[in-house]
Structure formats: C-alpha cells, structure tokens
Design a protein around this ligand. Structure first.
Ligand code: ADP
Ligand code: ZN
Ligand code: ZN
Length: 733
C-alpha cells in the first residue's frame, strides 16, 4: 500500500496521510512534489515529504489526494531538509515551514515553469497521417503546430483552448517536441568578468585567500570596518566560485537590496543575476527562483526568504550585514536566515561568508570560540581615512528643535567647504507626540500602549505600532482647549528646521514616508550623486549600503536612544546603528567627521565605542552578557501569548508554568523567567504576556520546548489565546 505523507500549511504540528490520486504510479513519486488535496473543507496544496506503507489512520478513512501537480520535485532534498530542520529547531509546524520555503506562486499551485517558457514545435517528419482519424484533439493540435514552423508558446496554445494532455501525447509519440525559452539564458559568455577586479590590499587579499583556499563547508566571519572593501572581497570570492561553474547566493538586509546594490553586481559580472526583491510580482519571483534552481542564474541576490532558494550548483552563501535584525523573521515562522545559512552551508558542503562592520555578538562569540574563521579588515580600502568621532555633550545647551548650536555650526562649516552633510534621526513623522498645554492630555493610540505620532505630510495622527490613523484634533478632547502642541521632533519637523536654518541648501528627507512614491529614492540618490552641497536627513534607511562619496559630516541628533532600553540587545543595536551611520562619512578622498549629540557623554558604552571602536565595545558587552547569563552564553526562547482581555494571557502563562512544572518532569537545566506582561502590554488591541526560558545548553531547552508544544496543543485553554514560540529571539518585546 502506498501512503503519501504530506506537508500541509496548518497550525498542527504534524504531517498528513493521503492515498495517491487514481492512476498515479508509486514509481512516479518523489519527495518534493506537490499535490492538490482536500483538507477539511478547503482545497489546498500538500508537499510530499515521505512515501510510506503504513498509517495511524485506518485505511478506509484515508482520502486520495486530488491531483499530482508536478512531474519532478519542486524542492530538492537539501532544501526540504533545511526547512524541516528549521521547523524542528524553531518549533514551528512543519507543513507551514515547508510551504514558506516555496515561492508564493508555487504555494498557490501554479505550474513550476517559466512564464511562456515552453515553445512547441511539430517534428520534422510529423504529418496528420501519423495520427488515427479519431484522435481529434491531437490532430487539430498538430495542425496548429505545423502552421507555426517557428514554434508556438504553451501559453498561446492554452489560449487557443488546448490543455496539456494532447501535447503530452504528441510528445510521447515523437510527433512534437518542446524547447525552453528561459528569460535568464544568455548566449555563452566567454568572459565572466565585465569589469576588472580591483587590486586588493593586503588584508583583503588574505581574507580572500582565507575564504577560497578552503573548499567545502566553513563559516567565515568577514569583520571589516565600514568602507574596508568587504563588498570587493565578496565580488572576488564570487568570481572564484563562478570560475568553478558554481552559483553564489547573496543575502542582504531588507532595506539593503537597493538598485545601487544590484547595479554593483551587474557592473562586475557578465552572468545572469536573479534579484529576488519585494518589487517583483509572484510570477517574476518564480522565474528568478527557477533560474536559480535550474542553474541559469549564476548569482542570486535576495532578502531573508531567499535562503530557501534552491541552486543547481551551489558554491557559496554570503550574508551581508549579518548583524541586521531583518534576517530574523519576527512573526509566524520565526527563523533566522543567517543561522539557517550556516546550517545550509554544512548541508551543501560549501563556504559561508558572514560579513559586517559590526558583527552580532553571537557571531563574534563563535569567532572567538574558533567555530567561525575570523577574517578582519581593520582599515578602509583605497585612500579614505576612518572618520573622527566627537561626542557633543548637550546637557543644559539651548536646543532648536533638538539641534544644538555647536552642531549647527559644524553643519554650516561642512556646507561652506562645499561638501555634503548627513543628519540622522531615527524617528519619522513631525513629532512623536501631541500634548494639550492646558491640561496635559496626550494623544494615545486606543489599541496600543503608545502615543500617536503627529504627521503633517499629510496631516494625521499615526500609530507606528498598529498603523491606526486618525485626523488631528483642533481641540483637546479633555478640556476643549485649542492649545495643543507637538512635543519633540521627528524627521518632518527637523527637515523644516534645517531648511529654515539653511535656506539656500537643499534638504533631502529620507524615511518611509518620503520614499513611498516610486522612484523617490532614486531621485534623491541622483541629486546626492551630483556632489553639490546638500543636507541628507533621514532614519536608518540611510544607514545601510549607501555610498555617498561627498558626505563629510554625519550628525547624529540623539545617540542616547537605546542606552537605557529594557531589551538586553538595546546597547548592541545602538552601537551597530551608530557605527553604520557613521560609516557613511568620508568614504572617498574627503576625511569624515561624526558628531553625536548626547546627554550621557560619559557613558562607558559611548566612550568605548568612539575612542576604541566596535571590538572594544563588544568585548565589554560580552562580559556583561556572560555575567548575566544572557546570549550568546545562554540560549533563550520566549513563549508569547496574546488575548483580547487584559490579564488573560498572563493568567494563562502562569497556569501553564504551574501545571507544567508540577505535572511533568522538567529538567533543572532550564530556567523560567516570568510570566510578565510584555514591555508594551497592549498592542493592536491585544494584551500580551511572555514567559522566557533559558539554558546554558541548547539540548535541554529544546527538549523542554518540545514538551511545551505538545502540551499546548492539547491544552483546552490554549485555544482561547494566541501563543507562539520564538527561539533565539531578536528582541524581548
Ligand atoms: P564595505 O563593503 O566594506 O563597506 P566597499 O566594498 O563598499 O566597502 O568599499 C568601499 C570603497 O572602497 C568602494 O568605493 C570601493 O570601490 C573601494 N575599494 C574597495 N576595495 C578597494 C581596493 N582594493 N582598492 C581601491 N579601492 C577599493
Ligand atoms: Zn486639554
Ligand atoms: Zn496602535
């Protein structure tokens, strides 16, 4: 008996058994093929994981799958294994994990083919006489093919009303053949490089040798200051990989996959490159994915989910800005693409490069422990010098909408010398809150424990946590006063202030609002590229990947943001953000300066960061983490719960902890923290609480999580709340 064990997207942590559809031979089946199935009352797609001969379900209760969709597996075994391993590690339902490994079009059951890809031709010898007179459909199809000596696309045939069955018959009889038209196929290019590689400096050369000398799996941490030429090292490592006939997969942070980044790869290489970015339709994304799977695309660049892209000839995995939190999915299937890259490198036995100027403390720890091959680039490439840092103590200083006099003077000085200035403020909108001067009322979000942000373009109050928007009131709803005023400054307000201080200089604002219009970012980068003096003002959108050679001053309006964060990673994130923004200064021949306004100029973190750099800061921070049993020394997982009533999620987790610890043998190797309400308890109308678990070893932690999952799945109370498990959480909110 043949039983199909299928992965079906569902919250249930198991696979589902079906019988093969009528007429399907067991020999035709391989894991990684898709079936259309009826699941409960809906129709969905199941991915074949295993073929077995026995089931826990009685044979007469098993239903047949409706239809086999693929002739060959859509996912190769390595990707199946990667997704299944991730489902286990992140305690996520396997069916959903496997589905997320597929491009959206394939999750919906679309054919696993390029659009317009198959071109059909009648065979040279073929004529209508070759077919019996009653094979009407085949005969009329052959007639059409004979009328198109240049071939005709499958889409066009479909439009003429032909379905695949007669095509397949003609194919089997040798009367027709098909050819693939691949949008990624290029005529053979003798030369892989379009542009010569730069001669490397000594550090870059030894990093490159370190990467390429070792065939097979090895994780390399390319730890290089901003502007040290990490990208040049990637490019040359990729060239090495291409010369061996292999493909390279490059992952970049969500906001790093800019046309600038793609252009840099295209300028260097003469090979087809698949860029899997968010601007693509599902169909275009599938084409890129297929080109990677077939081996036509030689370089694949994408964001987080591209880690599941199959490659015909995998050669190398590169994670640029590996510390970036966008590599960790923050909802649903909470995987880390960076950590999966390391697992995938091992599976496919290929090198992995994790690159950053500010490596995650986890990665540094792995390098310190010798698990990662540590490659350092300590100097900027070419002629540019590292920027000079200055902490500007603004205690008791008069501020104009957050800008101190000395900061304004520095900006003026740089503009006078004819260069450009970047002003960093990680807060969009006009003002972070709106307050009544007469009674102290503050505009709050009704669905979140948060203030509403005032925006002026267009005017609205906007919650940045749940996206609720409402009109700006003219009167205070509490005391009817009209004295309501914006408190604090966001990018819109700072733009206005800078523009009035420097009326003759263009101020270019870059944030999520100002770049929504298509091409807006492009226009801004074009204007910056002219090299004329200007002020670039923006949020962390400016911090990554951009190369602004004429920027000589980076002004950080508020360096204190994360210093006192409730999250244990607050300090690390602040340091990374500061250095990434600072890295935009002086990337060419003009020396750069970084000025940071702070109320805590003597804070040891800021001090070590500006006087000794990231490594010194990281060493200090790692010591703190060690003493406090925090990652990377202890491994963490968070069990979160949300409910519509206040207190319910909290009570649920308390009861769970109690029942769990009293009824089940739990290991003392794991520590429980909480439950406590989440730092922002109410969000999007739900009340949230969390329970943290941590352990010095992963194994007992994972055993405990496994038990917790099974327990929760059976727990009747668990259906009244929404719960989720987050392994290696990126933040504790
Ligand atoms: P990173 O990725 O580390 O921030 P990039 O690779 O973008 O650094 O390099 C910064 C600048 O230095 C770029 O303009 C790049 O062209 C230049 N550069 C990199 N390597 C070299 C080299 N070996 N010689 C001269 N210029 C280089
Ligand atoms: Zn009031
Ligand atoms: Zn809200």
């Amino acid at each position: 008996m043949t039983i199909l064990r299928l992965a079906i997207p569902s919250p249930l942590r198991r696979l589902f058994d079906y019988l093969p559809p009528d007429g399907t031979e067991a020999d035709d089946l391989q894991p990684g093929m898709r079936f259309k199935v009826t699941f409960g009352r809906r129709e969905t797609i199941g991915l074949l994981v295993e073929i077995t001969s026995s089931s826990e379900i009685p044979a007469n209760k098993l239903k047949p799958a409706r239809e086999l969709l693929d002739a060959t597996p859509v996912l190769p075994p390595t990707i199946m294994e990667l997704a299944r391993w991730a489902a286990g590690y992140y305690h996520h339902p396997e069916g959903d994990a496997l589905h997320q490994a597929l491009p959206v079009a394939l999750r919906h059951g679309d054919p696993c083919d390029y659009r317009h890809s198959w071109f059909w031709h009648a065979d040279k010898e073929a004529s209508l006489e070759c077919l019996p007179g009653n094979a009407h459909r085949q005969r009329s199809l052959l007639e059409v093919l004979l009328a198109h000596p240049q071939g005709i696309s499958q889409e066009a045939l479909k439009a003429e009303g032909f379905d695949p069955a007669p095509l397949k018959n003609l194919l089997n009889k040798g009367l027709a053949h098909r050819e693939q038209h691949n949008p990624y196929a290029l005529s053979a290019q003798p030369e892989i490089l379009r542009q010569p590689a730069l001669p490397l400096n000594q550090e870059q050369q030894s990093a490159l040798t370190g990467i390429t000398a070792h065939a097979g799996f090895q994780t390399n941490l390319l730890d290089g200051v901003t502007g040290s030429g990490k990208t040049e090292v990637y490019l040359q490592a990729i060239a090495h990989c291409l010369h061996q006939g292999k493909q390279a997969l490059v992952l970049v942070p969500e906001i790093g996959l800019t046309p600038q980044t793609i252009a840099r790869f295209k300028a260097r290489f003469n090979v087809p490159i698949a860029a899997l970015h968010s601007g693509l339709t599902d169909r275009q994304r599938l084409d890129g994915w297929l080109a990677a799977k077939d081996g036509h695309a030689r370089i694949i660049i994408g964001t987080r989910s591209a880690i599941f892209t199959p490659m015909a000839a995998p050669g190398m995995l590169i994670i640029d800005e590996e510390h970036d939190t966008s590599f960790k999915q923050q909802e649903g299937f909470r995987y880390s693409a960076r950590d999966l890259a390391v697992y995938r490198g091992r599976l496919e036995n290929i090198p992995v490069i994790l690159g950053s100027a500010t490596p995650a403390l986890e990665s540094l720890h792995n390098a310190l422990e010798g698990r990662y091959h540590w490659l350092k680039l300590t100097e900027r490439a070419g002629h540019s010098l590292p920027p000079a840092f200055e902490l500007l103590d603004i205690r008791q200083q008069p501020l104009t909408d957050g800008l101190s006099e000395p900061l304004i003077a520095r900006i003026r000085h740089h503009l006078h010398q004819g260069t450009q200035v970047l002003v960093f403020l990680n807060r969009r909108g006009y003002a972070p809150s709106l307050m009544c001067h007469d009674c102290g009322w503050i505009a709050d979000c009704s669905r979140c424990d948060a203030h509403l942000t005032l925006h002026r373009q267009p005017p609205r109050l906007h919650c940045h946590h749940c996206d609720t928007q409402q009109p700006v009131p003219h009167h205070c709803p509490q005391c009817q006063s009209t004295e309501i005023m914006p408190m604090g400054a966001g990018t819109e307000r700072t733009e206005q202030t800078l523009q009035s201080l420097f009326p003759n200089t263009p101020v270019l604002r870059v944030d999520r609002d100002s770049t929504q219009r298509k091409n807006a970012m492009h226009q801004i980068t074009e204007q910056v590229a002219t090299g004329k003096p200007c002020i670039l003002l923006g949020t962390q959108m400016l911090a990554k990947g951009h190369h602004f050679p004429r920027v000589t001053l980076v002004a950080i309006i508020n360096a204190d943001g994360g210093l006192f964060s409730a999250d244990f990673r607050g300090m690390e994130r602040t340091a990374q953000l500061i250095l990434q923004v600072a890295g935009r200064a002086g990337r060419a021949d003009h020396p750069g300066q970084v000025v940071m306004q702070t109320h805590h100029a003597d804070h040891p973190m800021l001090q070590s960061l500006v006087s000794q750099g990231y490594d010194a800061f990281a060493t200090l921070e790692l010591q703190h983490r060690h003493l406090a049993n925090l990652p990377p020394y202890h491994h963490y997982a968070i069990l979160r719960a949300e409910a519509t009533q206040r207190g319910r999620a909290d009570a649920f987790l308390s009861a769970l902890r109690q029942q769990f610890t009293s009824h089940l043998q739990t290991s003392h190797a794991c520590q429980w923290l909480g439950p406590f309400p989440s730092p922002m308890e109410k969000r999007g109308g739900l009340f949230r609480a969390q329970l943290m678990l941590h352990a010095a070893d992963r194994k007992p932690l994972h055993q405990l999580l496994q038990q917790l999952c099974s327990f929760l799945e059976q727990h009747p109370e668990a259906r009244k709340v929404r719960w989720s498990i987050d392994v290696d959480p990126a933040d504790t909110f």
